[in-house]
Design a protein around this ligand. Structure first.
Ligand code: GLP
Length: 245
């Protein structure tokens, strides 16, 4: 079941999800978390760091997997998701680096995704999966298509994603063309999913999702979440501006 919840602003959303992390780690010290990148989860990661510094959480046995990564950027590149996660979360909590996993294609020509799939399969079901959403409905880098992949795969980014993500790069032509991402079945393999959608740019896709509740459509990959039993879509006032919440 998918629940839409409207909150005042991104920090209220961050607080609500951060409470779930506290409870989750109290119940299970070796919890498995699925993390996302992009601007949407940044307030949450700030709150997780704050809670850790206040002694409310302990990640020493926790494990994490990330949704996706650009192909062709080294893990030290400022725009790589590996770098993003270190800078925005991992370097500030006590999760062990060996327990954090961001997809990494070592040989850009081989495009072998089996290594990351093995990691996903070995860490098992995520206790909490965090998601953002692209303005075209992508989750991870599962772009709109006639059919969607169940598992880890290489994807060519759509023009709209390249455009949207170019705000983080010097120019559009240096945004990597390809990425590696978990597939839809991998994303759904989570006990609880929280999707964060904030800001006016997400109002239209949230409106579409809200109005097509219960229907899955590969042209709107986020609609696959309707197959999940415990997914909460948290929207701030701007993202909720076209829906009657
Ligand atoms: C990227 C990531 C997604 C993310 C999306 C939204 O393309 N691959 O995982 O959810 O963008 O990003 P933002 O939160 O910056 O809007």
């Amino acid at each position: 079941m998918v629940k839409f919840v409207k909150m005042r602003d991104p920090s209220e959303i961050a607080e609500a999800i951060a409470k779930e992390f506290i409870t989750q780690l109290q119940i299970k010290r070796d919890s498995v978390f699925g993390f996302a990148t992009g601007s949407s989860p940044i307030p949450l990661y700030k709150k997780l760091i704050e809670d850790f510094h206040n002694g409310l959480t302990d990640y020493c046995l926790a494990k994490s997997v990330n949704l996706d990564e650009y192909i062709g950027l080294s893990p030290n590149h400022e725009q790589s998701y590996a770098y993003f996660m270190k800078k925005n979360l991992f370097d500030h909590i006590n999760i062990m680096p060996k327990n954090t996993h961001v997809p990494d294609i070592k040989d850009n020509y081989l495009k072998d995704t089996s290594e990351y799939q093995k990691i996903l399969d070995s860490v098992g079901q995520r206790d909490i999966q965090i998601l953002g959403i692209g303005t075209n409905g992508h989750i991870g880098f599962n772009e709109p298509a006639a059919s969607l992949h169940a598992h880890t795969h290489i994807v060519r980014l759509t023009d709209s994603t390249t455009k949207a993500n170019s705000r983080f790069f010097k120019s559009e032509d240096v945004v990597p063309e390809y990425a590696i991402t978990m597939g839809i079945a991998d994303i759904l393999n989570s006990r609880k999913i929280f999707l964060i959608a904030t800001g006016c740019s997400k109002a239209s896709i949230i409106e579409t999702l809200y109005n097509t509740q219960g229907f899955v459509n590969p042209q709107n990959p986020a609609s696959m979440l309707f197959l999940h039993s415990d997914c909460t879509i948290l929207v701030d006032e701007d993202a909720a501006s076209n829906i009657p919440l």
